[in-house]
Each structure stands twice: as C-alpha cells, then as structure tokens.
Design a protein around this ligand. Structure first.
Ligand SMILES: CC(C)(COP(=O)(O)OP(=O)(O)OC[C@H]1O[C@@H](n2cnc3c(N)ncnc32)[C@H](O)[C@@H]1OP(=O)(O)O)[C@@H](O)C(=O)NCCC(=O)NCCS
Length: 181
C-alpha cells in the first residue's frame, strides 16, 4: 500500500462523527485536555484545509487546521489533530494527508504552520523545533514536540510571543515550552 492509494477529499459536515471516532481510537479520550485543544476553543477550523482520507470508500484518516495569532501580530496555522484509523497506520495515510493539505495551505498564501507532535514523524514534511523561548503557549508543552514549518521564508522569525486562537483564547497562564521528559 502507498500514499497514493488513499483518496484525499475535503471534509464534509457528515464526516464529523466518523472523524471523532478515529480521533478517540488514535489518541484516547484524554486528548481534549491537551494545550493544543485550548487554542481551538471557540474557534472554527480552517475549512478549506480540513481533509479526510478514504480507502475503498471508507473514512480512515483526518487532518484539520486551526487559525492562530502569534504575538498579537502574525497569523499562523495550528496543524492537528491528524489521526489515522489504528488498523491502517504506517501505510502512508498520514503523510498523504499532510502533503496534500500543506500544498493547499502554501497555495492559499499561509505563511507558517505550528503543531505539538512527534518530531521524527513531522520532520518528514519539513517541521523543525521552534527555538526555545520564541513562542509562549497557553499551557504546558514539551519543547521537543513544539514544531514549526515555514511556508513563506522568514515567517518563523517574525512569529514571536504568546500563541492564541484567532479569538484570543488563552484558557491558561502563558507558559514557555519546557522539556517534560
Ligand atoms: C501519527 C499518525 C498520524 C501517522 O500516520 P500514519 O498513516 O500511521 O503514518 P504514515 O504511514 O504516513 O508514515 C509512516 C512512517 O512514519 C513513521 N511514523 C509513524 N508515526 C510515527 C511517530 N509517531 N513518530 C515517528 N515516526 C512515525 C513510521 O514508522 C513510518 O516510517 P517508514 O515509512 O520508515 O516505515 C498515525 O499513526 C496516528 O494517528 N497515530 C495515533 C496518534 C499518535 O500517535 N500521534 C502521535 C503523533 S502527534
């Protein structure tokens, strides 16, 4: 099986329940307590960048992006959640979803994407660690998992300060990314 075997389609309203099931299966129910979720509260995902992956007509993967403001000035995207049906992981679905959506984000003129996730995996599409102290998150984040990808050269250096959702959400005290393990 290869990345090209997965059909990547825009997310539809009727996909919502299946996507929640895949997220619960991939991450567990405690996923909602994570700092990245605080940044999404009260916001809507960036609809044109939310995609599903299908195999033989079945929804098996999902990727979403959310709007952020860094330091009160720079727009950025939060990538996530990205999840693949546990029975189909490791077959190229996650990479297919990321490559497709990141190409679209670049095409639409987005400058910067950040996420909290496994660095060795996201490095495959160009994500790298955000320099220590450059951005503050509204809750605890492992510095080794706090990653960025520039879609426009120079965008990362410009993005400094507190990371908030596009409606200014910050449900917790600002926190530097720290090493937690
Ligand atoms: C993480 C996830 C989205 C990746 O999607 P996927 O379709 O399973 O992965 P892909 O098939 O696109 O990529 C597979 C490759 O990435 C590697 N890989 C997958 N997950 C990885 C991880 N968390 N860290 C490092 N490498 C990883 C695989 O070893 C594989 O490498 P290979 O090509 O050398 O064999 C998916 O496995 C998932 O939903 N996992 C559950 C949630 C989770 O663990 N998230 C942690 C990341 S934030």
């Amino acid at each position: 099986m290869a990345e090209s075997d997965f059909l990547i389609l825009p997310e539809r309203d009727e996909d919502h329940q299946l996507i929640q099931q895949i997220l619960d299966a991939a991450f567990g129910l405690e996923r909602r307590t994570k700092t990245a979720y605080r940044l999404r509260e009260g916001s809507a995902p960036v609809a044109e960048l939310c995609f599903t992956a299908r195999l033989a007509g079945r929804l098996v993967g999902s990727i979403q992006y959310w709007p952020l403001i860094v330091g009160g000035a720079s727009s950025a995207l939060l990538l996530g959640p990205l999840a693949v049906d546990p029975g189909l992981q490791g077959k190229g679905c996650g990479l297919a979803l990321m490559k497709h959506s990141l190409a679209k984000a670049r095409h639409l003129g987005h400058a910067l994407v950040i996420l909290v996730g496994d660095a060795p995996y996201y490095a495959r599409v160009g994500f790298a660690r955000i320099p220590d102290g450059q951005m503050l998150m509204p809750g605890p984040v492992d510095a080794d998992r706090f990653l960025a990808l520039e879609l426009r050269p120079g965008a990362l250096a410009e993005a400094r300060g507190l990371v908030l959702g596009d409606r200014g959400q910050a449900a917790g005290a600002p926190s530097r990314a720290v090493r937690v393990n």
